[in-house]
Design a protein around this ligand. Structure first.
Ligand code: ADP
Ligand code: MG
Ligand code: MG
Length: 203
């Protein structure tokens, strides 16, 4: 598995495709235990991010991730903008200067992204947030190496598992036990990020 700047742009393109297709669904997840804007936030952010990186000519994946990060932070109002923005920024810093990322370099980038999300949101696993997808997926990649079907299954299982959790971070935390029974919106959008990765690297 190798990622160059072109493939990094393809990852963003595929992620954007999934986010746009599932915009209403993401919003419907955020409605009962949030403020019903997650689909809108993510669709606006990734549309702008894709426009930005498609127009660029990037020497490294890190340069792509940096522009994605800046766009998400500046265009997405909600909690998810700074969190996904931090993820892509940390990925950029961790992979800086490398024209091609091999599997180990890329997984290091994802590890840095996860750490960034956790630091920024002060959340750990089990709090019903995007961390509950990012952490198991990154650990799965560390243990198993890249394999598209396994990655997809891990991300999907982790997303679905947020349904049984009680939210203790973000807006959903106001709903306390009433948050049980709903998939976390940011966990679902994180699933699309990893599903896009599996498709781009697997196909
Ligand atoms: P907002 O809650 O500001 O309306 P969004 O609806 O776009 O923002 O994003 C909500 C998602 O952000 C949640 O579903 C959750 O996954 C994630 N989130 C919120 N707060 C945190 C946090 N402190 N740490 C990690 N993720 C968080
Ligand atoms: Mg919201
Ligand atoms: Mg909001």
């Amino acid at each position: 598995m190798e990622i160059n700047a072109t493939l990094a742009v393809q990852w963003i393109e595929k992620t954007n495709e999934k986010i746009q297709e599932n915009k209403e669904y993401l919003t419907s997840l955020d409605r009962p235990i949030g403020d019903g804007d997650h689909g809108l936030n993510m669709s606006r952010g990734f549309k702008e991010a894709l426009e930005k990186v498609k127009a660029g000519n990037y020497p490294t994946p890190a340069d792509v991730f940096k522009d994605v990060a800046m766009t998400l932070v500046s265009k997405v109002g909600g909690a998810s903008g700074p969190l996904f923005g931090t993820a892509f920024l940390k990925m950029s810093v961790a992979t800086a200067g490398q024209q091609v990322l091999n599997e180990s370099a890329f997984v290091k980038g994802l590890e840095a992204a996860l750490d960034g999300i956790k630091q920024r949101g002060k959340a750990t696993t089990g709090e019903k947030t995007m961390v509950d997808v990012w952490e198991p997926v990154v650990e799965w990649l560390q243990d198993n190496g890249f394999e598209p079907e396994g990655l997809l299954a891990e991300a999907e299982g982790a997303m679905n598992a947020t349904k049984n959790l009680t939210a203790t971070k973000g807006r959903a935390a106001y709903f306390k036990e009433k948050s049980v029974g709903h998939i976390d919106a940011g966990a679902a959008s994180s699933y699309y990020v990893f599903a896009a990765l599996a498709e781009v690297l697997g196909g």
